[in-house]
Design a protein around this ligand. Structure first.
Ligand SMILES: [Zn+2]
Ligand SMILES: [Zn+2]
Length: 125
């Protein structure tokens, strides 16, 4: 799978749980693409990522795994992206965030659903 590594340093700490969710989704969405997974501290800062981002290698049983992936569809339509959002939940994602051109999924222990609207995050739960 492409784009699992941090683009700046090549670190790949992406955990099996989130990989499993994405593999399951790929069966229904063959044009699914991963745009970001593991990010080191430096790269996460550069990307203005959250301080406790699921993309950082600080999760999982040993606190050294990335539990998040950003995914998109080659054919990104409103209808298909909404379906992907729901299917991500069905397939075991805990955190799911809808953005303009991608969906963030993670397997943190807490369920959290949100969307980004004009750059601001709107939480549903
Ligand atoms: Zn890096
Ligand atoms: Zn993300």
């Amino acid at each position: 799978m492409k784009f699992l590594k941090c683009p700046c340093c090549g670190l790949d700490a992406t955990n099996l749980g989130v990989r499993g969710v994405v593999y399951a989704l790929m069966k229904e969405f063959p044009d699914l693409k991963v745009t970001s997974a593991t990010r080191c501290e430096k790269y996460n800062k550069k990307k203005n990522g959250a301080i406790r981002s699921g993309h950082l290698p600080m999760w999982g049983p040993d606190g050294n795994e990335c539990v998040a992936m950003d995914i998109t569809l080659k054919k990104w339509t409103r209808e298909r992206s909404r379906k992907l959002f729901y299917e991500a939940i069905t397939n075991g994602a805990q955190g799911v965030g809808m953005y303009d051109n991608h969906i963030h999924i993670d397997v943190k222990s807490r369920r959290q659903l949100w969307r980004s609207k004009s750059g601001r995050l709107e939480y549903f739960f």
